[in-house]
Design a protein around this ligand. Structure first.
Ligand code: ATP
Ligand code: MG
Length: 262
């Protein structure tokens, strides 16, 4: 597939297992710099599983194992010399449920930065990160209040600010709006538009309209039963978002994006 920017993440023949069970098979896809990629598809087809491989979050799940290859800017992210904690700073993650630390708004951002050895002007970092997450104007007078006292949408933007503060290159988002109301959701979508000037974003979403609104590329995952009767996820089709939604090559993609699935 052609894109006007380089591939930052390259996945080749990725298989992911939980114990003996193959969850997703033979995923090969490139993720391009400063683009937004949406992962869509029915529940259980492996979207979160693949997403978590990009910053080795699956390392934290006992029994999870991969084969195949993922490179980030040309280097194998599963090579022995890679420190997963460093990798997770460069490839940050935002989850479905906003999960601020039970600390002040200020500390939510300062904490991770300090852990990562940040020695610069912390006040400035907090301000810049909150501005980039389009939260600053709303909360600049209450920085010492608990992050948990914010609304769900504000908490999610705080989590995005916290991710940005450690200066990632890629941001992974697993259904970041699933717990949010429509207005907060639109704010996050606007934010994603802003962020892609500077970051590469992969977002999992069940919301087709959201995939259409925010993404440049869309990966449609599906699952099918094998002879062992277990469902195994796979990447069914990957293309520019307009192609996936208007002229997909697979019949199943067409059914899914038009809501005629299953
Ligand atoms: N921690 C785990 N341990 C064992 N199996 C798991 C684990 N996480 C996911 N799986 C299995 O892997 C497969 C893919 O799950 P995954 O969560 O990646 O799907 P998904 O596409 O993100 O689904 P959803 O849309 O519901 O979030 C499923 O069969 C699931 O049961
Ligand atoms: Mg998921």
């Amino acid at each position: 597939m052609v894109a006007d920017t380089e591939a930052v993440l390259k996945t080749t023949n990725l298989n992911v297992f939980y114990g003996y069970s193959l969850a997703v098979r033979e995923v090969s896809l490139d993720i391009f710099k400063n683009k937004v990629v949406a992962f869509i598809g029915p529940s259980g087809c492996g979207k979160s599983t693949v997403l978590r491989c990009f910053n080795r979050m699956n390392d934290l799940i006992p029994n999870a194992r991969i084969d195949g290859k993922i490179t980030f800017k040309g280097s194998d992210i599963y090579a022995d010399k890679v420190d997963p904690t460093d990798l997770r700073c460069r490839i940050g993650m935002v989850f479905q449920k906003p999960n601020p630390f039970p600390k002040s708004i200020y500390e939510n951002i300062a904490f991770g930065a300090r852990l990562n050895g940040f020695k610069g002007d912390m006040d400035e970092l907090v301000e810049i990160s909150l501005k980039k997450a389009v939260l600053w104007d709303e909360i600049k007078d209450q920085l010492m209040q608990s992050g948990l006292a914010l609304s769900g949408g504000q908490q999610q933007r705080l989590c995005i600010a916290r991710t940005i503060a450690v200066k990632p290159e890629v941001i992974l988002m697993d259904e970041p709006c699933a717990a949010l109301d429509p207005i907060s959701t639109l704010k996050i979508e606007e934010l994603i538009h802003e962020l892609k000037q500077q970051y590469t974003i992969v977002i999992v979403t069940h919301n087709m309209q959201q995939a259409l609104r925010v993404s440049d590329f869309t990966a449609f995952y599906n699952a099918e039963a094998t002879n062992k009767k277990e469902k195994v996820g796979y990447l069914a089709e990957y293309d520019k978002t307009e192609v996936i939604f208007q002229a997909p090559t697979q019949e199943t993609t067409k059914d899914y994006v038009s809501g005629r699935f299953g």
